[in-house]
Design a binder for this molecule. Structure first.
Ligand code: ZN
Length: 224
């Protein structure tokens, strides 16, 4: 059933229980698919401070561990979100991994090689597999309570992973938002993305340039 090469869905099940509520789809919101993206996002984001608090490092928690858990958590959320639209995101509908016509993300298949243009589903598949390889590598993501995080774990590995995972949000927002609306998953997508942005902001992980086509949306979030 995976003719279009959707991502390999592997659920890394370390999601802290206090974050599970954000994965519940909203019910009862009827939205016209022609409404402006920004307006809908404003409607569904809410302004409660729950997420703002949820990203803060708990007292006594190791910052590396906290970031590692969030990498896995965002990986799972994005995998789940993209999984809902895989039938709409094929090599035919999305022959290139773009976000608006201004941004295109290339994939590098081998270190030292020139990055190449691939379809969106191929890019997401490669990205998710790459994330899994990082999680499986004990020298990067050590098993709990044993092993050490590598030097510069956050600035090197966490930043790189979040920078790449962000691109899936960008592709979904810019090219599949209507389908997200039809599936009534806009609240789930917005809450997940807001959580992602607040976390990145709390630990100063991503630069404005990393937010590319969604920078305006991200600035909006910051003011809430
Ligand atoms: Zn697509």
């Amino acid at each position: 059933m995976r003719e279009n090469g959707g991502p390999v869905v592997t659920d890394f099940n370390y999601t802290p229980s206090h974050q599970k509520q954000f994965l519940q789809p909203a019910v009862g919101t009827t939205v016209s698919s022609h409404q402006d993206l920004k307006q809908i996002v404003e409607m569904t984001l809410g302004s409660e401070g729950v997420l703002n608090q949820a990203v803060k490092l708990p007292r006594g928690e190791d910052e590396n561990e906290w970031c590692a858990v969030h990498c896995v958590d965002f990986y799972n959320q994005i995998n789940m979100l993209y999984g809902t639209i895989t039938e709409f995101c094929s090599p035919q509908s999305c022959p290139r991994m773009i976000a608006t016509n201004e941004y295109e993300y290339l994939w590098c298949f081998q270190k030292g090689q020139v990055p190449v243009a691939v379809s969106a589903p191929k890019y997401v598949e490669c990205l998710m597999r790459w994330c899994q390889d990082q999680f499986d590598d004990e020298s990067i993501f050590p098993a709990k309570l044993s092993g050490q995080f590598p030097p510069k774990f956050i600035s090197k590995y966490v930043v790189q992973m979040l920078r790449r995972l962000f691109r899936v949000y960008a592709h979904i927002y810019c090219h599949h938002f209507n389908e997200i609306l039809e599936l009534n998953l806009q609240t789930v997508l917005n809450t997940s993305f807001r959580h992602f942005c607040l976390f990145s902001q709390e630990f100063e992980l991503l630069r404005p340039a990393d937010f590319g086509p969604l920078l305006e949306l991200v600035m909006e979030l910051r003011d809430r």
